[in-house]
Every structure is written in structure tokens, then in C-alpha cells.
Design a protein around this ligand. Structure first.
Ligand code: ZN
Length: 110
């Protein structure tokens, strides 16, 4: 496509192959990034990296649940690259709490 720098289009996978600390470090370092929470079996929810649902709640209830158990995370600074990633299959849900598309999408829809 060439409409964004390669570095911003990188897709990061945070699953049991990586430590939970790496995941939270990425969130801290990329507050403007985007994260898909998935179980790899059809559940895929897009969040902002700053969203409380992916930052703490999973981790507090089940200490390593955010990436080490049933669920894992797909992260990128570029939401388009994330949507088009081969890791995303089928229907992508959008978090109603953090509204990752912001007002931009709402403006286009009205
Ligand atoms: Zn969210």
C-alpha cells in the first residue's frame, strides 16, 4: 500500500510465546496504539491501547489471563494494518468503551 511507514504497520503478537511483561510494556510505550483481544476461535475485539479492559481487568482477575491463557493479543500502531492482518479472520468487533475509531468514523457515518 505504501501509505504508512513500515515501522508503524508492524503487527505484534502477544501470546504464551512472550511474557506478559512484554505486553504491558508495549501498552505503556504505545498509548496511541491498537490492540485486538482474541481467543483465536472467532472472538476478536478491537481496543485502543489505553483501554482499561485490555490493560488491567484481565490481568487482575486472572494474573496472566491477558496473554497467557485462552486469550491473546494482536497489537499495532496502525489500525488499518491491524484490520488487514492475516491474524484477523472474519468478524472484528469494536469495543464500545474506548471507541477505537473515535469520532472519525462517526462523522463519516452521519
Ligand atoms: Zn476497549
Amino acid at each position: 500500500m505504501g501509505i504508512y511507514p513500515d515501522s508503524s504497520a508492524l503487527i505484534e503478537i502477544f501470546d504464551s510465546n512472550r511474557s506478559i511483561e512484554e505486553y504491558f510494556l508495549w501498552l505503556d510505550q504505545h498509548p496511541d496504539g491498537f490492540v485486538i483481544n482474541t481467543d483465536g476461535e472467532g472472538y476478536q475485539m478491537l481496543h485502543k491501547a489505553s483501554c482499561g479492559y485490555i490493560r488491567k481487568r484481565c490481568g487482575e482477575k486472572t494474573p496472566k489471563g491477558a496473554t497467557q491463557g485462552k486469550y491473546y493479543k494482536i497489537a499495532s500502531l496502525n489500525v488499518v494494518a491491524l484490520q488487514q492482518s492475516s491474524h484477523v479472520r472474519g468478524n472484528l468487533q469494536v469495543c464500545r468503551s474506548c471507541k477505537p475509531y473515535g469520532t472519525h468514523l462517526n462523522e463519516r457515518n452521519t
